[in-house]
Design a protein around this ligand. Structure first.
Ligand code: UDP
Length: 244
């Protein structure tokens, strides 16, 4: 049953966050908007919000079952998620298992190269600055998080990656890379927040050889490959098959 929601607190490119009658709980509405290249490219896909919300809910539940704390509380309706109120840390935490995207634009590493160890990149969550890549020293200089919290963030991100890589492998999907956001609850606990969906992950179908056909994530939109909803639906179908 859907909880009643109050005022809109925040609206981002793909989500809206609403107050609820409970001060420590928010409702997140997953929108059908798709954006890329810092919102220079924009489109709407009917049903994308619902797919991302359901995929994220399944993944958050899986992580919770492994003891990974997340902000997830409940799936409220197909595109609405009830979450804990957290103070979001302004970092985009990217974990890469296979080279793709910006890593290949910024280094000589060829797309599709399997990385010996997961690579963790931290970006400053700031649209006006274009989400720049950070160093530990810059994080310290900007006072974004303490060095203890930074180590906790890295450890938690790599733990999430190990669980998710295994989870996706079981359903014949390759987790190429993904972006996490984290927040701190009122009790001071560091938790995984935001979403984990084909909007924020690169996911390749291990059953498909063709290098474009195997893409089941937002690169279908970024690269005008078509079949965006089909890709996202396939991810949900496999996750549901695994969970049931
Ligand atoms: N990502 C994201 N939001 C961002 C930037 C990246 O969800 O603002 C995800 C992206 O979908 C991919 C991973 O983080 O799964 C790594 O993205 P990359 O640095 O390669 O940037 P991109 O080329 O995708 O913009």
């Amino acid at each position: 049953m859907a909880s009643a929601y109050g005022s809109l607190l925040y609206e981002g490119k793909a989500k809206q966050v609403y107050e609820t009658s409970h001060p420590d709980e928010y409702l997140v509405h997953f929108k059908n908007d798709a954006t890329a290249f810092n919102a220079k490219k924009h489109a709407q896909f009917e049903g994308k919000g619902s797919l991302n919300c359901q995929i994220s809910a399944c993944i958050f539940r899986f992580l919770e079952s492994k003891g990974v704390p997340t902000h997830y509380l409940d799936l409220n309706d197909d595109a609405w998620m009830l979450v804990q109120r957290v103070e979001v840390i302004p970092l985009e935490i990217v974990i890469r298992n296979v080279a793709s995207g910006s890593l290949c634009k910024e280094t000589p590493i060829k797309s599709g190269t399997t990385l010996l160890n997961p690579l963790l990149d931290l970006y400053y969550k700031d649209d006006d600055l274009g989400d720049p890549l950070l160093t530990d020293e810059r994080i310290k200089l900007l006072g974004l998080v303490s060095s203890t919290t930074l180590s906790e963030i890295k450890t938690l991100a790599l733990t999430v990656n190990s669980y998710l890589q295994e989870f996706f492998k079981k359903i014949n999907l390759l987790l190429v890379d993904f972006k996490l956001e984290m927040g701190v609850t009122k009790n001071g606990q560091l938790v995984v927040a935001d979403e984990i969906s084909p909007d924020s992950c690169r996911i390749w179908d291990l059953n498909t050889y063709d290098q474009e056909d195997r893409i089941l994530d937002k690169d279908r939109f970024r690269r005008d490959l078509g079949g965006v909803l089909e890709g996202y639906s396939e991810v949900l179908r496999r996750i549901k098959g695994f969970s049931s």
